[in-house]
Design a protein around this ligand. Sequence first.
Ligand code: HEC
Length: 118
Amino acid sequence: MKKYVLLLFYLLGGWGFAWADTGDMADKGKELYLSYGCALCHGWEGKGDGINSQKFQPPPTNFHNLQAYLHGSDADSLRRSIQNGIKEDNSIMPAFEDMSADEVDEIIVYLKSLQKRD
Ligand code: HEC
């Protein structure tokens, strides 16, 4: 019996860590989002309403609205959009080629967290 209780604690503890982990990554992602200047176009909260947003057609994506994504809202598509930029349709979305793989991952976790919020 004792063994099972311990096992349960172990499993719950593991979940706790998993949670904390994505939370941390999203926080780091938000810092990177701000320091790379994504907010200038995509807005402080990622709602597509940055100070530069009025000038562009297509407008900067509102990351909260799944329908607003023109190039896919899953992790792989986000990675592609960030690393390659978007070169079609006169899009202004720049390529962030020098960002490290870890940084891209952290920003993706942040963007995914926005997709779950209004
Ligand atoms: C100079 C303005 C500008 C900056 C800076 C900028 N973006 Fe964008 N971004 C855009 C515009 C405009 C679009 C919409 C273009 C389109 O979909 O064709 C876009 C599209 C995207 C997309 C694709 C969304 C879709 O429609 O599928 C992602 C992901 C993205 N941006 C992430 C970022 C991240 C992360 C950063 C910072 C590292 C960033 N952007 C910085 C203007 C910008």
